[in-house]
Design a protein around this ligand. Sequence first.
Ligand code: NAP
Length: 325
Amino acid sequence: MRAIICPEPGPLSALELREVDDPTPGKGEVLIDVAAAGVNFPDVLIVQGLYQFKPPGAFSPGGEVAGVVSAIGEGVDGIAVGDRVAAVIPWGGFAEKVCAPVGALVPIPDGMDPETAAAFNLTYATALHALRDRAALQPGETVLVLGAAGGVGLASIDVAKAMGARVIAAASSPEKLAACTAAGADAVIDYRAEDLKTRAKALTGGKGADVIVDPVGGPYSEPALRATAWRGRFLVIGFAAGDIPKIPLNLTLLKGCAVVGVFWGSFVAREPAAHARNQAQLAAWFTAGELKPLISARYPLERAVEALEALAGRHARGKLVVTMG
Ligand SMILES: NC(=O)c1ccc[n+]([C@@H]2O[C@H](COP(=O)([O-])OP(=O)(O)OC[C@H]3O[C@@H](n4cnc5c(N)ncnc54)[C@H](OP(=O)(O)O)[C@@H]3O)[C@@H](O)[C@H]2O)c1
């Protein structure tokens, strides 16, 4: 099969397209013929050796796939060759075939095409876990989303609207903000051109936002926390800007607010029943037409590096997808 190979942690430009042996499913695994792979920020970090976990030796990046089961390992029940599945895996997805443990499989909602299925789970499930399980978002509350045109950001707009919230989207360019408005944002802030705290306060009548979704970190976290309402919830999701902000703790006291960590991967492992309920909710919303995932660009496997570079270079809107053809 063909696969994108990272020989060792380093620059994205060192990735190579290679012909390699097909993998064989082990105990508790299935082999998936990959139709498409979603591109996520952790893929960029893993290649560079900057993520929480590091693959041993050469590997294919790609943490999210959709396709068809083509072989089944020992001890697997309830899955058949030919089943359409999606999976969230640590790496291996930028390849024509990948093995995934049964526990990593996610059913594909009715009416969802393979490219959307490959781009849906990680960001939408993170957004729902963050907003429902960690922030207890209520209808009518206001959510401020940072990096709002990115994968987690746009999914957070979509999920927050489905939960009945008002959404303020903050991003770095008019083009990105147009994508946020198209996704349902009620108001937008260009945080490169405008003062984030001042605009967010103005858009909330001086009250501040009830919930902050922060997958960006860097220079935006502190002004967003300063624009948090009394009893607000500030969701720490990621640090796409690179820097992990250090926050003056007195801000939380003054606002009676909570700074809440979100770690979707650990939630899936520790709370499988709650995770299954969230998956069912997302599938129901999608099938009812309430969620509209955006795929802004598709790349054939041999151009997967360009997809990673676009994400790392802050150029993507919504999700990018690698297709196997
Ligand atoms: N905690 C969890 O469970 C969990 C789950 C999934 C993802 N994450 C994390 O969430 C973060 C976002 O993931 P994503 O898939 O949404 O990424 P993404 O699609 O690339 O979006 C990230 C956004 O961050 C903003 N940004 C600001 N400075 C940036 C920089 N120097 N480089 C790149 N982007 C920058 C960009 O928006 P603007 O240009 O508009 O500023 C970009 O759209 C990542 O750190 C990822 O690891 C965490």
